[in-house]
Design a protein around this ligand. Structure first.
Ligand SMILES: CC(C)(COP(=O)(O)OP(=O)(O)OC[C@H]1O[C@@H](n2cnc3c(N)ncnc32)[C@H](O)[C@@H]1OP(=O)(O)O)[C@@H](O)C(=O)NCCC(=O)NCCS
Length: 166
């Protein structure tokens, strides 16, 4: 269902992002045109830094992405979750399952204590994905991210690795 992205996925991702450019635009930062090219995607994949990037795969085709961004270790052991699913695969539980898989990996493979996610206040679909995965709302961040060209308020959610009781 999800697997780590590789540079060989760049072409397929560029094509999928191009096909979904208008669909994703209200939920995304404004992107440079290079973002929609194979070379641009290859660069993003190779410069992942402190992120863990995954593709969502359905019937051997990439249908979206899910990421753990800004992984911080030390006493925080936390990361920010990001995801999108192509319009052609929407509304079938793909994001819900991909987030479940990624959160599991965050707590096992990556040893994290906490995963955070922020949604636009009107992104009900994304809020449902988080709620179904046991995330709880902990705040409202005013003018938190520049999405679609505007600094927009976000609802913040988190899920803790519950066995971390010490
Ligand atoms: C948010 C997103 C990832 C959801 O992907 P998806 O695979 O369609 O999601 P799922 O099918 O797993 O779940 C969608 C939920 O929203 C609900 N939903 C779908 N359309 C809806 C609508 N118009 N209004 C309210 N709820 C809606 C579904 O019923 C489902 O909830 P349920 O599990 O309670 O039935 C996808 O729409 C997307 O990529 N959006 C643009 C990018 C984005 O917003 N990313 C997240 C940023 S925080």
């Amino acid at each position: 269902m999800i697997r780590p992205v590789t540079p060989d996925d760049a072409g397929a991702l560029a094509a999928l992002l191009t096909a979904n450019r208008a669909y994703l635009a209200p939920w995304d930062p404004i992107r440079e045109d290079s973002f929609y090219t194979e070379a641009g995607q290859r660069e993003i994949i190779s410069r992942a830094g402190n992120s863990h990037l995954y593709v969502i795969v359905e019937d051997d085709a990439i249908v979206g992405r899910v990421n753990l961004n800004n992984v911080v270790r030390g006493p925080f052991l936390s990361a920010s979750l990001g995801y999108w699913v192509a319009e052609s695969a929407a509304g079938r539980g793909v994001a819900t399952r991909a987030v479940a898989d990624l959160v599991d990996r965050a707590f096992t493979e990556h040893g994290l204590h906490r995963v955070e996610a922020g949604t636009l206040t009107h992104n009900v679909r994304s809020q449902r994905v988080l709620e179904r995965n046991g995330f709880t709302r902990f705040g409202l961040a005013p003018r938190y991210l520049k999405i679609a060209g505007e600094w927009q308020d976000h609802i913040l959610f988190q899920r803790l690795n519950e066995p971390d009781r010490r």
